[in-house]
Write a protein that binds this ligand. Structure first.
Ligand code: PNS
Length: 165
Protein backbone atom coordinates (compact mmCIF):
# COMPACT_ATOMS: atom_id res chain seq x y z
CA UNK A 1 0.00 0.00 0.00
CA UNK A 2 1.33 3.42 -0.95
CA UNK A 3 0.96 5.78 2.01
CA UNK A 4 1.78 9.49 1.76
CA UNK A 5 1.74 12.44 4.12
CA UNK A 6 0.89 16.01 3.10
CA UNK A 7 2.18 18.25 5.91
CA UNK A 8 1.63 21.95 6.35
CA UNK A 9 0.46 24.83 8.52
CA UNK A 10 -2.94 25.06 6.75
CA UNK A 11 -3.64 28.45 8.38
CA UNK A 12 -6.32 28.17 6.99
CA UNK A 13 -6.61 25.43 4.33
CA UNK A 14 -7.01 27.16 0.95
CA UNK A 15 -8.28 26.07 -2.47
CA UNK A 16 -4.71 25.39 -3.65
CA UNK A 17 -4.17 22.97 -0.75
CA UNK A 18 -7.45 21.24 -1.59
CA UNK A 19 -6.35 20.78 -5.20
CA UNK A 20 -3.08 19.16 -4.03
CA UNK A 21 -5.09 16.87 -1.70
CA UNK A 22 -7.42 15.90 -4.56
CA UNK A 23 -4.49 15.05 -6.86
CA UNK A 24 -2.40 13.25 -4.22
CA UNK A 25 -5.43 11.17 -3.17
CA UNK A 26 -5.53 9.84 -6.74
CA UNK A 27 -1.83 8.93 -6.75
CA UNK A 28 -1.61 7.27 -3.31
CA UNK A 29 -3.73 4.58 -1.63
CA UNK A 30 -3.82 6.51 1.61
CA UNK A 31 -3.09 10.19 2.26
CA UNK A 32 -2.54 11.69 5.69
CA UNK A 33 -2.99 15.47 5.76
CA UNK A 34 -0.90 16.56 8.72
CA UNK A 35 -1.19 19.86 10.57
CA UNK A 36 2.35 20.47 11.82
CA UNK A 37 4.26 23.25 13.54
CA UNK A 38 6.26 25.67 11.38
CA UNK A 39 8.58 27.48 13.79
CA UNK A 40 8.79 30.46 11.40
CA UNK A 41 5.04 31.13 11.51
CA UNK A 42 2.67 32.44 14.14
CA UNK A 43 -0.76 31.11 13.25
CA UNK A 44 -4.11 32.93 13.11
CA UNK A 45 -6.07 29.71 13.81
CA UNK A 46 -5.47 27.22 16.62
CA UNK A 47 -4.34 23.70 15.75
CA UNK A 48 -7.81 22.38 16.62
CA UNK A 49 -9.49 24.92 14.32
CA UNK A 50 -7.15 24.08 11.43
CA UNK A 51 -7.76 20.34 11.87
CA UNK A 52 -11.53 20.91 12.09
CA UNK A 53 -11.62 22.98 8.87
CA UNK A 54 -9.51 20.40 7.03
CA UNK A 55 -11.79 17.57 8.19
CA UNK A 56 -14.77 19.47 6.78
CA UNK A 57 -13.21 19.95 3.36
CA UNK A 58 -11.84 16.39 2.96
CA UNK A 59 -14.94 14.58 4.22
CA UNK A 60 -15.74 13.39 0.68
CA UNK A 61 -12.38 11.63 0.19
CA UNK A 62 -12.43 8.03 1.38
CA UNK A 63 -8.65 7.60 1.54
CA UNK A 64 -7.76 10.93 3.20
CA UNK A 65 -7.31 11.37 6.96
CA UNK A 66 -6.48 14.56 8.85
CA UNK A 67 -3.95 14.26 11.69
CA UNK A 68 -1.73 16.62 13.68
CA UNK A 69 1.57 16.51 15.50
CA UNK A 70 3.90 18.99 17.17
CA UNK A 71 7.08 17.01 16.55
CA UNK A 72 9.42 16.22 13.70
CA UNK A 73 7.84 15.43 10.32
CA UNK A 74 10.36 12.66 9.55
CA UNK A 75 9.44 10.83 12.77
CA UNK A 76 5.70 11.36 12.41
CA UNK A 77 5.77 10.01 8.83
CA UNK A 78 7.55 6.87 10.07
CA UNK A 79 4.99 6.43 12.85
CA UNK A 80 2.16 6.58 10.27
CA UNK A 81 3.95 4.22 7.87
CA UNK A 82 4.17 6.94 5.20
CA UNK A 83 7.05 6.61 2.75
CA UNK A 84 6.34 9.78 0.79
CA UNK A 85 5.92 13.44 1.68
CA UNK A 86 3.75 15.45 -0.71
CA UNK A 87 4.10 19.21 -1.09
CA UNK A 88 2.68 21.65 -3.61
CA UNK A 89 4.91 24.23 -5.27
CA UNK A 90 3.74 27.42 -7.00
CA UNK A 91 7.00 29.02 -8.09
CA UNK A 92 10.78 28.82 -7.90
CA UNK A 93 10.77 30.27 -4.38
CA UNK A 94 8.59 27.40 -3.18
CA UNK A 95 10.84 24.97 -5.03
CA UNK A 96 13.96 26.24 -3.21
CA UNK A 97 12.28 25.95 0.18
CA UNK A 98 10.77 22.54 -0.45
CA UNK A 99 13.94 21.16 -1.99
CA UNK A 100 15.86 22.09 1.17
CA UNK A 101 13.16 20.54 3.38
CA UNK A 102 13.17 17.37 1.26
CA UNK A 103 16.93 17.00 1.75
CA UNK A 104 16.65 17.53 5.52
CA UNK A 105 13.74 15.10 5.84
CA UNK A 106 15.51 12.40 3.80
CA UNK A 107 18.63 12.81 5.90
CA UNK A 108 16.54 12.36 9.07
CA UNK A 109 14.68 9.35 7.67
CA UNK A 110 16.37 7.46 4.82
CA UNK A 111 13.11 5.68 3.95
CA UNK A 112 11.34 8.97 3.24
CA UNK A 113 11.10 10.60 -0.18
CA UNK A 114 9.39 13.82 -1.25
CA UNK A 115 7.12 14.34 -4.25
CA UNK A 116 6.53 17.95 -5.35
CA UNK A 117 3.31 18.68 -7.21
CA UNK A 118 3.33 21.85 -9.33
CA UNK A 119 0.32 24.06 -8.63
CA UNK A 120 -2.43 24.03 -11.20
CA UNK A 121 -2.54 27.39 -13.03
CA UNK A 122 -5.90 28.16 -11.37
CA UNK A 123 -4.25 28.16 -7.93
CA UNK A 124 -0.83 29.66 -8.55
CA UNK A 125 -1.77 32.90 -6.79
CA UNK A 126 -3.48 31.23 -3.82
CA UNK A 127 -1.73 31.19 -0.44
CA UNK A 128 -2.89 31.27 3.16
CA UNK A 129 -0.89 34.50 3.56
CA UNK A 130 -3.02 36.03 0.76
CA UNK A 131 -6.18 34.72 2.44
CA UNK A 132 -5.24 36.43 5.72
CA UNK A 133 -4.19 39.65 3.97
CA UNK A 134 -7.43 39.90 1.95
CA UNK A 135 -9.55 39.08 5.01
CA UNK A 136 -7.75 41.62 7.21
CA UNK A 137 -9.22 44.43 5.09
CA UNK A 138 -12.63 42.80 4.65
CA UNK A 139 -12.03 41.60 1.06
CA UNK A 140 -13.86 38.77 -0.71
CA UNK A 141 -12.39 35.32 0.00
CA UNK A 142 -14.49 33.44 -2.58
CA UNK A 143 -12.26 31.12 -4.59
CA UNK A 144 -9.39 31.46 -2.13
CA UNK A 145 -10.78 29.17 0.57
CA UNK A 146 -13.12 26.20 0.05
CA UNK A 147 -16.81 27.23 0.15
CA UNK A 148 -17.62 24.96 3.13
CA UNK A 149 -15.38 26.95 5.47
CA UNK A 150 -15.87 30.46 4.00
CA UNK A 151 -18.22 31.68 6.79
CA UNK A 152 -15.98 30.65 9.68
CA UNK A 153 -12.78 31.91 8.05
CA UNK A 154 -14.41 35.25 7.28
CA UNK A 155 -15.87 35.54 10.75
CA UNK A 156 -12.59 34.94 12.52
CA UNK A 157 -10.24 36.82 10.21
CA UNK A 158 -12.51 39.86 9.69
CA UNK A 159 -12.78 40.13 13.47
CA UNK A 160 -8.99 39.90 13.87
CA UNK A 161 -8.56 42.57 11.17
CA UNK A 162 -10.94 44.92 12.97
CA UNK A 163 -9.17 44.40 16.27
CA UNK A 164 -5.97 45.66 14.68
CA UNK A 165 -7.55 49.00 13.65
O1 PNS B 1 2.65 24.97 5.20
P1 PNS B 1 4.09 25.14 5.60
O2 PNS B 1 4.20 26.19 6.69
O3 PNS B 1 4.98 25.43 4.43
O4 PNS B 1 4.58 23.74 6.21
C1 PNS B 1 5.86 23.61 6.78
C2 PNS B 1 5.91 22.36 7.67
C3 PNS B 1 4.87 22.49 8.80
C4 PNS B 1 5.62 21.12 6.84
C5 PNS B 1 7.37 22.26 8.28
O5 PNS B 1 7.63 23.41 9.03
C6 PNS B 1 7.55 21.00 9.12
O6 PNS B 1 7.81 19.94 8.59
N1 PNS B 1 7.38 21.13 10.47
C7 PNS B 1 7.50 20.03 11.38
C8 PNS B 1 8.81 20.07 12.15
C9 PNS B 1 9.94 19.54 11.31
O7 PNS B 1 9.99 18.36 10.98
N2 PNS B 1 10.87 20.43 10.92
C10 PNS B 1 12.03 20.05 10.12
C11 PNS B 1 11.69 19.94 8.66
S1 PNS B 1 12.77 20.92 7.70
Amino acid sequence: MRIAIYPGSFDPVNTGHLDVIRRAARIFDKLYVAVMVNVDKKTAFSCEERVEMLRKVVSGFENVEVVSDDGLLAGFAAKLGAGTIVKGIRNSGDFETEHQMAIINSSLNRELDTVLLPADSRYMHVSSTAVRAVAAVGGDLTGLVPDEILPEVKEKLYRQGQNKK
